[in-house]
Structures are given as structure tokens and as C-alpha cells.
Design a protein around this ligand. Sequence first.
Ligand code: 6GU
Length: 229
Amino acid sequence: MRIDVVSIFPTIFDALEVSLLGKARTTGLLDVRVHDLRDYTHDRHRTVDDTPYGGGAGMVMKPEPWGEALDDIVGEVDQRPVIIFPSPAGERFTQATARELSAAPHLVFGCGRYEGIDERVFDYAAELGDVRLISLGDYVLNGGEVAVMAMVEAIGRLIPGVVGNPESLVEESHEDGLLEYPSYTKPSVWRGREAPPVLLSGNHGAVAAWRREQQLVRTRERRPDLLAD
Ligand code: 6GU
């Protein structure tokens, strides 16, 4: 999968060089390219923002550098990419979104800062690819960078081969609409706390039933909204 990220803080994405995603990049499963939006400006101050038409607080990202960045990135690749703008005003990002996007050959992430990006950039981007505005949840970050880090990790780990043991992708929170069951390892008693005896019983049916029950108990307690769905 090819992933392009446009940001005014490209070094934030240095963190994608470590762990499983870093490995996937060295083995060629993931081709991540990070672009500095300021490289697409032409003035001495490398200006990317300006005051909002109509007045109001804050600054708006100018359309011109975005247009040049998108032309540069999309022009050099044949398939129509999915172009994602992280935004608290977007659709909610879920495991289903991650799974859907993990099947795309090319994703482009445009990280906004300040009060947002000139709206015409989204219209223009729709000429080049399939545009999605996506939010991590109902809270506000200072910019899209941290949200894109989270999305790239959630999507990247679903690409076949990125996670060594594909079975570890099956039994985890949100894959079956429920929260994950609790896990234990040795010692069987730690600081007076016992691991559930059923897990040491060797009875695979009983273990599976206990885990399912725990998933339901936890989900009812912590995330009743998931059961309503
Ligand atoms: Cl995707 N971006 C920003 N700036 N804030 C957010 C978000 C995204 N998701 C939740 N809050």
C-alpha cells in the first residue's frame, strides 16, 4: 500500500519508522511518504495560512499550497487514491473504516492545522480522488497529525503480512463488535491474586465459553452503546 501524508509538521511522522509499521516499510509492504506542505509555497516566509474571509478567530490554511501538493502526489501515481482529511467535523473512524481503507492501494492524508483548510481544497481534491473527512472521536485536537498517526497504525496493521500472526487480529476488541476478553499469564497466583482457574483447566470449550461471557460482561459495563447497535 502507498500512503502519502501532507503536513506542516512532517517530523511527527518519524514515529512511523519504529515497531511493526517500520518493519512493514523496510520489507516493502508499506510505502509511506511524508511531504512538508511548506515545500509547495513560493514566498520567503513559506506561508500556509491567512485570515478568514468574513472575519472571526484564527487562521485558515490557504488553498494554493494544498493544490500543488495534491497535484504533485496524485499526478505521479496512476490509481485514483482515497484522499482523507482528518477533521473533528468528519464521519467517525471505526474498525470497519480501518478495514475498508486497508484494501485501498493508495491513501493520501492531508493534515489541517489552525481553524481548518479553505473549503475549496476539498472540492478540488474530489476531482483527483475519493475524498473522506474522518474524525477519531468527539473531542478536538490541535491538528490532524496525531489523528493520522492513529489511522495509519489502525489501517496498516490490517494489511496482510504486517502483523506476523494473523490470528492475533481476530480475537481483539471491536473485530466482532464486542470488547476483548481479559488475558492472564504466569504466575498462576501473583500478589495474592489468582488467575481464573478455568483458564488453567485445559478444557478448551469451557475456556471459549468463559471468554465469550467476559466479552459480554465487559461490553455491557463499559460500552453499552455497542450492544445497542
Ligand atoms: Cl481527525 N482531527 C482533529 N483536528 N481533531 C480531532 C480529530 C481529527 N478527531 C477527533 N478530534
